[in-house]
Design a protein around this ligand. Structure first.
Ligand code: PBG
Ligand code: ZN
Length: 324
């Protein structure tokens, strides 16, 4: 039989900070965090993103300095997003060896060789229509798109990326990328799959950050936020296709999915604290409603507690600096 009050007093281990630390179950360290950055070609000054206070579009010409500063702050991994001025119908700049994606990778690796460089592999910042792939007969064509993702992955890895992270939410995209990488001799290149990616309104600020001209929505390829079982199925399919890391995105509103997925896979799990989650904390704090640093720490901790091994977050740099 389990003892209960007055023998059991849970408050015994909460009496002071040292005791609390001694029994704390979850820690967040900078080793777990990935910092997303937005890089725009043909601009010369950093451009503030109004929906994401503290986040800027970085000019390509200043990327090397920025990456050195990020690494000096203690960040260990970055996720690169490009904002293209060479958009076309299919996003072909992404698989050009001299395109923005390849250039960002080369600049970042040359500036800070020990910083892990991950590419977000998609097309929406490089297509005139803003969709995540090739449009055919009015819809995003799955199989044409994954062929292009394979090309893009090879270019990113050959430019020096440490890992690719496909976010287009196409069926079979992991298999297509794995096959393309292996055929090009890159059997060691890891894939972090945006495996459970919901069609979430929490990406709102990202659309401003990335300059996406999307009309309509992504509901035919990203998941219905109401579907928990399908969410698990999507991630487990990506595991079968050869993903090295699985991901749940967004984070806070989907911790049930993350916790359940943790029980069903042995792969490392990532979670993306997306732009809208960041904005909610930033604006609530600016209004004096909450304490930014504490709420940021609490949400990151909650994601780890729910099962995340790594977290993609716009707070990563402030965390590295000890500002949160
Ligand atoms: C590109 C992509 C998006 C995000 C990451 N990669 C936008 C989208 O899918 O609409 C969202 C990130 C964020 O909101 O912070 N497909
Ligand atoms: Zn996309």
């Amino acid at each position: 039989m389990t003892a209960s009050f007055p023998v059991v007093r849970s408050r015994r281990l909460r009496q002071n900070e040292s005791l609390r630390r001694l029994v704390r179950e979850t820690q967040v360290t900078i080793d777990d965090l990935i910092y997303p950055i937005f890089v725009e070609e043909e601009i010369t000054e950093p451009l503030p993103i109004s929906a994401m206070p503290g986040v800027f579009r970085i000019p390509e010409c200043k990327l090397a300095d920025e990456v050195r500063a990020i690494a000096a702050d203690g960040v260990r991994a970055i996720l690169l997003f490009g904002i293209s001025r060479r958009k076309d119908a299919v996003g072909s700049d992404t698989w050009s060896p001299d395109g923005l994606m390849a250039r960002m990778v080369r600049i970042a690796k040359a500036a800070a060789p020990d910083l892990l460089v991950i590419t977000d592999n998609c097309f929406c910042e490089y297509t005139v229509h803003g969709h995540c792939g090739v449009i055919r007969d009015g819809v995003v064509d799955n199989d044409l798109t994954i062929e292009n993702l394979g090309r893009q992955a090879v270019v990113a890895i050959e430019a020096g990326a440490d890992m690719v992270a496909p976010s287009a939410a196409m069926d079979g995209q992991i298999q297509a990328m794995r096959a393309a990488l292996d055929a090009a001799g890159h059997g060691n290149a890891p894939i972090m799959a945006y495996s459970t990616k919901f069609a979430s309104s929490l990406y709102g600020p990202f659309r401003e950050a990335a300059g996406s001209g999307l009309k309509g929505d992504r509901k035919t390829y990203q998941m219905d936020p109401m579907n928990g079982r399908e969410a698990l199925r999507e991630s487990l399919l990506d595991e079968i296709e050869g993903a090295d890391i699985l991901m749940v995105k967004p984070g806070l509103a989907y911790l049930d999915v993350l916790a359940e997925l943790r029980r069903r896979t042995l792969l490392p799990l990532a979670v993306y604290q997306v732009s809208g989650e960041y904005a909610m904390i930033k604006f609530a704090a600016a209004a004096g409603a909450i304490d930014e640093a504490r709420v940021a720490q609490e949400t990151l901790g909650a994601m780890k507690r729910a099962g995340a091994d790594l977290i993609i977050t716009y707070f990563a740099r402030d965390f590295a600096r000890g500002a949160i």
